[in-house]
Design a protein around this ligand. Structure first.
Ligand code: NAP
Length: 337
C-alpha cells in the first residue's frame, strides 16, 4: 500500500464511530480508507443483542448491525482494509499512518475511532486461565457453560446484560459486585432481579481465580472456583464456579497516540465540542474520547459529526493550506502533547 497517494481521509478503527465516519465521508465523495484494527466492529460485534439502536424496533445482533454499518459505508465508496495501525506521525502534514502489513499511508485528515477494550481485574489466575474458564464475552463463550455455574463480575450494564444472557446456558449465575448497589440501568436491573437463575454477592471482590489440571500432563486447566472477599465482614472464602466472566468497564485504546495527541489522565483523547484533537486535521470520535455516554448510537453520532468536521477541514485546507490553518489554531495545536 506504500505509494505516493495521499488519502483525503483515513479512519482508524471499525466500531460504530468509525463506520459512521466512513459512511459520511463516503457520501461526501472523499473516498475514505477505513483501517479496521484487529477487532472488526469493535465491542458491539461481540454483543448478543442490540435493542436500543433506533430504526430496529425488533432488535438485532451486534454482528448483524456491524455488517449493516459496513455495507452502508461501502455503498458510498468507503474502502475497508483489514489492517492494524502500529504507528502514526501527526507532526508532519500530510499525516503518516504505518500499518502492520508494512504499508506507509499518507492522509490529509485522520479520524481516530479506536474505541476501548475491556478492563481486567488484575488478580492471580485471571490471565493464566483466560480461555480456560475466564472470559470477557458471554456472547462468545456462554455456549461452553451449558448446565454449569458461573460468576459474573461487575455491576454495570455489561455485567447485567451478559449475566442475563448467560442464564440461557448456565444453571446459575452469581453476580459479584464490589458495592451493594448496581450501576446498571433500571430496566436491566429489573430484568436481572426477576431472573431466578441470578444470585448476588454484594460488597464482594474476587481476589483470585483457581483452576484444576493444567499441571503439565496434557490436560488443560479448568476453572473450579474464585476466592472472594466480603468487603464488609472481611471474610475470605472459595466460591465454586466453572467460569468467571469479567465485565468491569473499559480502557480507551489510545496507546498508539501517546506523544502525538493530547490525552487525559484516564487515557481518553482530548477533543473539543467539534471533535478536533490537539492536532488540526486529526479528529476523534466514539469511546476513544467519550468516557460518558459510550452507546452505539452516541458513538455513531460522534462519528458522523467528526466526518462533517473532516470534510470542512479539507475544504479549508484547499483554500488556505495547512500552515495557515495550524497557525490560526495556535502553537498548542502545532505541538502535540
Ligand atoms: P461500567 O458502566 O463502567 O461498569 C463497570 C462496573 O465494574 C461497575 O459496576 C464497577 O463498579 C465495576 N468495576 C470496575 N472496576 C472494578 C474492579 N477492579 N473490580 C471490581 N469491579 C469493578 O462498564 P460497562 O458495564 O461495561 O458499561 C460501559 C458503558 O457501556 C456504559 O456507559 C453502559 O451504559 C454502556 N452499555 C450499555 C448497554 C446497553 O445500553 N444495553 C450494554 C452494555 C454497556 P462500581 O459500580 O462500584 O464503579
Amino acid at each position: 500500500m506504500s505509494d505516493n497517494t495521499v488519502e483525503q481521509v483515513i479512519i482508524i478503527g471499525s466500531g460504530p464511530a468509525g463506520y459512521t465516519a466512513a459512511l459520511y465521508t463516503g457520501r461526501a465523495n472523499l473516498r475514505p480508507l477505513l483501517l479496521t484494527g484487529n477487532e472488526v466492529g469493535g465491542q458491539v460485534a461481540i454483543t448478543y443483542e442490540v435493542e436500543n439502536y433506533p430504526g430496529f424496533p425488533e432488535g438485532l445482533t451486534g454482528p448483524q448491525l456491524v455488517e449493516k454499518f459496513q455495507q452502508q459505508a461501502e455503498k458510498f465508496g468507503a474502502r475497508i482494509e483489514y489492517d492494524w495501525v502500529n504507528e502514526v506521525d501527526f507532526s508532519q502534514h500530510p499525516f503518516v499512518v504505518r500499518t502492520a502489513s508494512g504499508g506507509e499511508l499518507r492522509a490529509e485528515s485522520v479520524i481516530v475511532s479506536t474505541g476501548a477494550t475491556h478492563r481486567k481485574l488484575d488478580v492471580p489466575g485471571e490471565k493464566e486461565y483466560t480461555g480456560f474458564g475466564v472470559s470477557y464475552c458471554g456472547t462468545c463463550d456462554g455456549f461452553f457453560f451449558r448446565g454449569k455455574e458461573v460468576i459474573v463480575v461487575g455491576g454495570g450494564d455489561s455485567a447485567l446484560e451478559e449475566g442475563i444472557f448467560l442464564t440461557k446456558f448456565a444453571s446459575k449465575v452469581t453476580l459479584v459486585h464490589r458495592r451493594d448497589e448496581l450501576r446498571a440501568s433500571k430496566i436491566l436491573q429489573d430484568r436481572a432481579f426477576a431472573n431466578p437463575k441470578i444470585a448476588y454477592k454484594w460488597s464482594t471482590v474476587v481476589e483470585r481465580i483457581n483452576a484444576a489440571g493444567g499441571d503439565g500432563n496434557g490436560t488443560p486447566p479448568k476453572v473450579v472456583s474464585a476466592t472472594l472477599r466480603d468487603l464488609k465482614s472481611g471474610e475470605v472464602y472459595d466460591f465454586p464456579a466453572d467460569g468467571v466472566f469479567v465485565f468491569v468497564g473499559h480502557t480507551p485504546n489510545s496507546q498508539l497516540f501517546n506523544g502525538q495527541l493530547a490525552i487525559d489522565d484516564a487515557g481518553y483523547i482530548q477533543t473539543d465540542r467539534r471533535y478536533h484533537t490537539s492536532v488540526p486535521g486529526v479528529f476523534a470520535a466514539g469511546e476513544i474520547q467519550d468516557p460518558i455516554f459510550r452507546q452505539v448510537i452516541t458513538s455513531a453520532g460522534q462519528g458522523a459529526a467528526a466526518a462533517m468536521q473532516a470534510e470542512k477541514f479539507l475544504g479549508e485546507l484547499e483554500a488556505h493550506g495547512y500552515r495557515q490553518i495550524a497557525a490560526e489554531r495556535g502553537p498548542a495545536a502545532l505541538t502535540p502533547a
